[in-house]
Ligand binder design. Structure first.
Ligand code: CTP
Ligand code: MG
Length: 179
């Protein structure tokens, strides 16, 4: 059970990292091209850009390949237990799904009238994960690594990790608020 937590985090890095890369490289044209939805509010908002979306996916794929290399060097075989082509498609789908899920989250936030950047607890931390898992699960090799226990643990630890990391950042005075 205990070693299931680091294993789950390791498996999830290709969907955790895309948003960080999006923050780094984001900017420029918004994905919704500034358009509003039927409710008069922005479809997605200025926080979702083409550069962030593509850079995020690229960043997730980059992270996964780094993980593959680390596994090969250290002799641990999690992702590297798969043939390279399966590993590549699986982690690409995780990164793509994370960025698509992030768009779904923003779409829902705009419909509820939340401004860009406003925090919406649980939606912010889970939509990206759930869409990533659903998309990747359509690729059968997913089930070789993502057991039911891993999936359940993923849904529990992702918000916990998020709040934990934000709390540490707050205590270190890196953030104004603990969430
Ligand atoms: N970002 C981007 N393109 C994306 C996702 C993120 O450019 N597809 C960048 C934006 O600069 C964004 C930042 O990463 O402001 C943080 O991402 P996120 O927290 O997902 O967006 P928010 O600005 O909080 O917007 P929203 O309220 O829609 O979640
Ligand atoms: Mg945000």
């Amino acid at each position: 059970m205990l070693d299931l937590i680091p294993k789950t985090v390791w498996l999830l890095l290709p969907c955790y990292t895309p948003n960080n890369f999006a923050v780094l490289v984001g900017g420029g044209k918004p994905i919704d091209f500034g358009k509003t939805f039927f409710d008069g509010k922005r479809i997605l908002g200025d926080g979702k850009t083409w550069r962030g979306f593509t850079g995020g996916i690229t960043g997730g794929v980059f992270t996964a390949n780094l993980q593959f290399a680390i596994e090969k060097l250290s002799g641990v075989a999690i992702y590297s237990s798969l043939p390279f082509s399966e590993f590549f498609i699986l982690t690409f789908l995780l990164a793509l799904g994370a960025m698509l899920g992030d768009l779904c989250g923003s779409f829902i936030k705009r419909r509820f009238g939340y401004e860009r950047g406003a925090s919406f607890p649980l939606l912010d931390q889970l939509t990206f994960l759930i869409v990533a898992l659903i998309l990747a699960s359509t690729f059968p090799p997913f089930w070789k690594l993502f057991t039911i226990q891993v999936i359940l643990l993923a849904v529990i630890i992702t918000p916990a990790l998020h709040f934990g990391i934000n709390y540490i950042a707050y205590r270190l005075n890196l953030k104004e608020v603990p969430w």
